[in-house]
Design a protein around this ligand. Sequence first.
Ligand SMILES: Cc1cc2nc3c(=O)[nH]c(=O)nc-3n(C[C@H](O)[C@H](O)[C@H](O)COP(=O)(O)O)c2cc1C
Length: 354
Amino acid sequence: MGYDHFMLTIGSVEIGSPFVQAALSGYSDLPMRTIAKRLGCRFTLNEVVLDKFIMYPGKKNKRDLAMTDDMHPVGGQLMGSDPDVFAEAADVMVRAGYDVMDINFGCPVKKVLGRCRGGYMLGHPDEALAIVRNVYGAVSDRVPVTVKMRRGMDDSPEAERRFFEIFDGAFEIGVSAITVHGRTVEQRYKGPSKWEFLSTLKKYAGDRVVLGSGDLFRAEDCIRMLEQTGVDGVTIARGCIGNPWIFRECEALLAGRPKPDPPTIAEQRAVIAEHCELAREFFGDDRATRIMRKHCIRYASRHPSPKKVRRAFAEDVKTPKDWQNVFDHFYDSSVDYPAIPDDDAQLVAAGAEG
Ligand SMILES: Cc1cc2nc3c(=O)[nH]c(=O)nc-3n(C[C@H](O)[C@H](O)[C@H](O)COP(=O)(O)O)c2cc1C
């Protein structure tokens, strides 16, 4: 596969790589995105933010608008139901420095659907396109606008018709790319992401930029999705939680190089410790401890004794000081650990929990 073929560009923003860190609610905050960037990811998305929350000053709002010089290019993602509020919130995010404005029409969480947000929009093309139109009007003079969708509300022909009404309508308004997760809203995370739908869609889309999502747990999956479906890029979601090394693995495989060796114990320790420290600075001790528990449990998947390490992170860490004990006990590079397994079974099992 030729590397040059996959120089993803989203409107005016050159990404230069097809591998994107997906928006991940509860995960893809500034610390996680910083780690991904340092380990070679070229484009990351912030977790979805409710439009109303972005409008009102508060701790959460401040954190979602936080930006660092080395974060660019970065996408912000919004969810909401009122086209005017949505557009105002998009303007706030762009003024904060986000380089791409992404619109969430995919979230399958019941409460979100009940409040006419996220995946609800896939059943209501007029409402969805009113949001796209307003957001485009508000920020497209400064940044590209993109949309994230699932492949429909459900498997009915009506749902598919609505999907295409939104897909075509959004591109007609002027969006620069659409990311499609190959599951339906009804499906949530049950069953596979339908990659055949992505292949058909990309053929239909022609030059319009389509990114694929769903079941990308290993670097090999990402390459396979690019090859099999022809999408212009892939957004890596559960596959990069606790596994930021996936980006360098993807780049190597795409360039025709061998997959790099799994991260050594010393490398793992350095990255996890840095992530923990960034989280501590960003969130403060209490919140960082809670948030990093989820990440550390996933980081444990790349350790030769994943179960023990997972348990230690889950049960023994009550304050940030306790991280050090886990590092000293399980990530001591003077100890001769068993060979670090190459991802496969272990990572797939970890991803499937999400
Ligand atoms: C914990 C979690 C949080 C997510 N948060 C978001 C989000 O904020 N915005 C979004 O567009 N998709 C979100 N997604 C969906 C993912 O970006 C992705 O489309 C989906 O997980 C399918 O990819 P995967 O099977 O490779 O994980 C989330 C998924 C998970 C598991």
